[in-house]
Design a protein around this ligand. Structure first.
Ligand SMILES: Nc1ncnc2c1ncn2[C@@H]1O[C@H](COP(=O)(O)OP(=O)(O)OP(=O)(O)O)[C@@H](O)[C@H]1O
Length: 854
């Protein structure tokens, strides 16, 4: 300071001046690195944006105490006080400085941490035109250009400063700072407003508000408009061609008292000039992009904070999760007695899966698998639930998931509803015997999880062919109605494609059970027809309504409805996988993976747990495995052939040969090596190949195998030795070779000798009488043929000659004839397994042969 004070007249020793300038340059490099202090030439374009924290100092120009001694002139601003310039931005040096300082601060502050409000009356806002990209990012709205605009900004700034301002307004991540930049005041700004500015200067810094005002103090036109210098500000006074920089608030450039009172930096300062246009462009666009990316909610916002929060929530009164944010406010939804079920809709690609994944992960992070169990079913093509099951090299699964179904059949969905219904019945009985009515009380006596069942594209469940299936509707409605007090909750998800949309009105008996409505873009039909809150929703947002979609007066605040922004969990698949891993690692030692049902996938015998157990010598007795039962647990469809059971299996239908093949192989796998006796017959054209491959394979497992044709078969039909007859193409046998009545007699006698039939026929044809449901017909055949014993007429179980039928690819009429009642025809890749003894028909996914055998 002393040295600077000695600037004039020219110091005797200029070397000292140069050394000082050198030291000050070094100091500036440390104090205002990068954007804050470097010359804003074109070369600055590549400097990365952002910094570790709010910049405290900024360069305003170059001090030049001597012609050849220069150093950056640096002043404190953010975090300290304000900056005023005595001329307003009509002076190009001032406009250049204002834009340069603003650009430096924006570029150096962490993205989104600095908010700017600007006033520019003199050029009607053009001064700030290069900062326009920041408007959309919410960092800097278009500048105010008149008194009304100025007042609005002052009001906003006063609210910012007001001590009662709730914390949440300030952004949750960074403590944000507001910079009010006045490049030129509107003409005839009233003294009241000038006083407000003065007051803001006084109280601002403590609340994170700073001012940069060009043209302060304003010209003293009247006594009232005469303003003192702003509190806590560094003042810049323009001279020609340089400027003078006053002392910063609470500090001094000079050393007061030693010579004269300090009057600021005792050196002419050449103010920074207007930065090049491409610099504005780069900084503002990148900043806006970053802020947009940061301001989107993240999955982490929906999860409990830290590892301590995992699985600590109490489900007694309900399940709660954050589904998104309304501005800064997290919006939570519940599954409880008031809002037991949700209905979600959106057009394809509207983010339904994203929304669901958020909800599922949010709940699974809060509640332990002892408290929350999931059934997740998707009926359409899609991958909503791929996130919860093992994929690729990642073996983890969500330990809460019991059943995960993708591209599910209706039957599978209905079976899940039945399982849930049975659980509700069980819980109701427990509640009744305990004398309680609320889930919380029931759970206090019997620890049980809340169950959440998500049915994505649920309309497939309700719609059979074209008509709505009243049976499915009834089951869904009954479950939704009864489950309310027992902690069983449903989420129906609709992929809105139909036009006009189906009605989800309050009066509909099913949908009235679903008070929570979530409308994603294109999904407004879950709201009341008069409620247009979902019109024009942008991607990543949703209307959540807890009153069955009810609207309200336009513009009025609706307590039951909010528009939320929700994150896209796929933005960071690594984080999602890490969370799944964490939840998976935390599972109980005896936790079982979910049953995963993939509708389009084939079921391989060689991957079936029942088959694997049998192959490992762990079977309870001989059984033929024909597929997996289309029900939640996907149990193996096993037909037991132990000694006491009088079992025969006939597979009927065009594609049935493989099922017979699989059944015979699985049966052999249940028998100790060498203990089985099989007669394999190829009776229809095209069956020699599979029959002989089967015979060869059974032989190689050291079973006794006899391969025969029609003639050979005749010789073994009457023999006494126990064993299994595996007949490919039973309907290929000429009626003379095996009259129906003889077959009927044999079917009745064989079990007594330990002989069981496993056969495939393409069509029932003449066998229908033997296989069909009408005992009278079958009995008739027996009576007329061999005079065998008659069973009690009408007693299907006793009269059945073939205990088990597997039916696939047969026309509906033929199925109805065989089973004695109308049934839904199984689609490709599905079969009906009819157990005549139990009079039970079950939809199964029949096993396919391993690739090598096809
Ligand atoms: N919150 C979000 N913000 C922005 N993009 C999102 C958001 N959520 C999802 N997306 C994106 O939108 C696309 C569709 O999302 P998603 O698969 O969740 O939609 P969907 O409604 O389930 O689709 P579909 O009806 O085809 O199953 C994806 O590319 C996803 O990354």
């Amino acid at each position: 300071a002393t040295t600077l004070d000695a600037t004039q007249p020219a110091p005797a020793d200029q070397r000292e001046q140069h050394e000082l300038a050198e030291r000050l340059r070094a100091a500036a490099a440390a104090l205002v690195p990068g954007w804050l202090g470097a010359p804003l030439g074109a070369q600055a374009v590549d400097t990365p944006l952002g910094g570790p924290g709010l910049p405290g100092f900024v360069r305003v120009g170059i001090a030049q105490p001597l012609d050849d001694a220069r150093f950056p002139a640096v002043v404190p601003l953010l975090g300290t006080g304000h900056l005023t310039i005595d001329a307003d931005a009509r002076d190009p040096r001032v406009s250049g400085l204002v834009r340069a300082v603003l650009l430096r601060l924006l570029a150096a502050a962490p993205a989104g941490s600095l908010l700017v409000r600007a006033v520019d009356a003199a050029t009607a806002g053009r001064l700030f035109a290069p900062f326009a990209p920041l408007a959309d990012a919410g960092l800097m709205p278009p500048p105010a250009t008149d008194r009304a605009g100025l007042r609005a900004i002052l009001t906003e700034a006063e609210q910012w400063v007001r001590p009662a301002r709730p914390h949440s307004d300030r952004g949750r991540r960074h403590e944000r700072t507001l910079l009010l930049v006045i490049a030129s005041l509107p003409e005839l700004t009233e003294s009241a407003d000038l006083v407000r500015i003065g007051a803001l200067a006084q109280h601002g810094p403590a609340a994170g508000l700073h001012l940069m005002i060009a043209g302060w103090p304003p010209p003293p036109l009247t006594a009232e408009t005469t303003q003192p210098p702003l509190a806590d500000s560094t003042m810049i006074a323009l001279r020609n061609p340089y400027a003078l920089v006053g002392d910063p608030p609470g500090a001094s450039f000079g050393s007061p008292g030693e010579h004269l009172p300090s009057t600021g930096l005792n050196s002419p300062v050449f103010l920074d000039e207007d930065p090049p246009a491409q610099l504005f462009q780069r900084v503002c666009q990148e900043l806006a992009a970053r802020v947009n990316a940061n301001s989107r909610p993240h999955l982490a916002d929906l999860l409990p904070e830290g590892a301590d929060g995992l699985w600590t929530a109490d489900p007694a009164e309900g399940l709660v999760t954050t589904v998104g944010r309304d501005g800064e406010i997290p919006v939570t939804l519940r599954f409880n007695e008031l809002t037991p079920h949700w209905l979600v809709s959106g057009r394809p690609g509207a983010g339904k899966s994203a929304f669901l994944v958020n909800v599922i992960y949010g709940l699974c992070a809060h509640y332990s698998p002892d408290d929350l169990m999931l059934y997740l079913l998707d009926f359409a093509e899609g991958s909503s639930f791929e996130e919860v099951v093992p994929a690729g090299h990642d073996p983890s699964w969500l330990p809460h998931a019991r059943v995960v179904g993708m591209e599910c059949d209706r039957e599978y969905g209905l079976a899940v509803l039945d399982e849930l219904d049975a659980e509700v019945t069980r819980r109701a009985a427990l509640a009744e015997s305990a004398g309680v009515t609320r889930f919380a009380d029931l759970r206090a006596r019997h620890r049980m999880p809340r169950i959440l069942c998500v049915l994505d594209s649920f309309r497939f469940l309700l719609d059979a062919e074209d008509d709505a299936d009243p049976q499915a509707r009834r089951r869904l409605e009954s479950l939704a109605r009864r489950s309310r007090p027992y902690g069983v909750h449903l989420v129906l998800v609709n992929r809105a494609v139909s036009d006009p949309a189906p009605g989800y009105g309050q009066r509909d008996s099913v949908y009235a059970q679903f008070p929570v409505r979530v409308a994603l873009p294109g999904g407004g039909e879950v709201l009341e027809p008069t409620n247009d809150a979902a019109a024009g929703l942008p991607m990543g947002s949703a209307v959540v309504n807890t009153a069955g979609g009810l609207g309200g007066p336009r513009g009025a605040t609706r307590g039951h409805e909010r528009v939320v922004q929700f994150p896209d969990p796929q933005v960071d698949p690594g984080a999602l996988a890490a969370l799944r891993q964490r939840l998976w690692q935390a599972r109980a030692a005896d936790a079982l993976p979910p049953t995963i049902f993939v509708g389009y996938a084939e079921q391989a015998l060689t991957e079936d747990p029942g088959y694997l157990a049998a192959a490992a010598g762990l079977s309870a007795g001989p059984a033929a495995l024909v597929g997996r039962v289309l029900a939640p647990a996907l149990e193996t469809a096993a037909i037991s052939f132990d000694k006491s059971s009088a079992r025969h299996l006939v597979v009927l239908g065009p594609a049935g040969a493989d099922v017979l093949d699989v059944a015979a192989r699985s049966l052999a796998a249940h028998l100790p090596s060498g203990a089985g006796r099989f007669v394999v017959a190829s009776l229809a054209p095209g069956t020699v190949g599979p029959a002989s491959r089967l015979a060869a394979d059974l032989t190689s497992e050291r079973h006794e195998v006899l391969m025969v044709d029609a003639t050979g078969l005749d010789r073994v039909l009457d023999q006494e030795e126990p064993g299994y007859l595996v007949l490919f193409g039973l309907d290929g046998l000429a009626p003379t070779a095996l009259p129906t009545d003889r077959l009927a007699v044999l079917l009745r006698e064989w079990p007594n000798r330990g002989v069981h039939l496993l056969a495939w026929a393409e069509r029932p044809g003449r066998l229908a009488g033997v296989l069909g449901v009408e005992p009278a017909t079958a009995q008739g055949a027996i009576d007329s043929g061999g005079g065998g014993a008659t069973g009690p007429a009408g007693d299907r179980a006793a009269g059945a000659l073939v205990s088990d039928l597997v039916l696939l690819g047969l026309p509906e009429a033929e199925l109805a004839g065989l089973l004695g009642r109308p049934v839904v025809r199984p689609r490709r890749g599905r079969a009906l397994w009819h157990d005549r003894r139990a009079d039970r028909t079950t939809m199964i996914v029949p096993f396919v042969l391993p690739e090598v055998l096809r």
